[in-house]
Design a protein around this ligand. Structure first.
Ligand code: HEC
Length: 101
């Protein structure tokens, strides 16, 4: 007489699965952007320091970075999205361009 027990376990497993997938699909908003920033920081450290000192975040204007990155597409293999995130990560905040490198 093991059938009823199996049915109960099966029902419990079915109830657990939607919770797991819902949790994985919808992380809290803050968490995902923080981990994206960590990823881009790691990429910056690992890919950008081999030929020259990796430029520090918020020390270059967005135009300067876009100009430099146009020449970097052949030097470093990153996706378009990674270049965009890297530009956001490194660029001076808008309106604070007193320092023109
Ligand atoms: C294969 C070698 C190489 C790698 C890897 C590399 N660079 Fe460069 N980078 C250069 C050279 C050479 C110059 C100078 C000529 C120029 O500006 O294109 C330069 C210049 C720059 C400049 C403009 C000068 C300055 O200091 O503001 C920036 C910004 C820059 N790199 C950012 C990066 C970033 C961010 C990465 C990582 C995605 C990176 N580089 C990876 C070779 C490289």
């Amino acid at each position: 007489m093991t059938a009823p027990r199996v049915a109960v376990l099966g029902a419990m497993a079915c109830m657990a699965v939607p919770c797991l997938t819902a949790c994985a699909a919808a992380p809290p908003p803050g968490t995902s952007s923080e981990s994206a920033e960590r990823d881009i920081a790691a990429l910056h450290t690992s890919k950008c320091g081999s030929c020259h000192t990796a430029p520090a975040p918020r020390t270059r204007t967005r135009e300067h970075l876009e100009d430099a990155f146009a020449r970097h597409k052949k030097r470093v293999r990153l996706s378009g999205e990674e270049w965009a995130e890297l530009t956001d990560y490194l660029a001076l905040p808008e309106g604070k361009t007193a320092r023109q490198p």
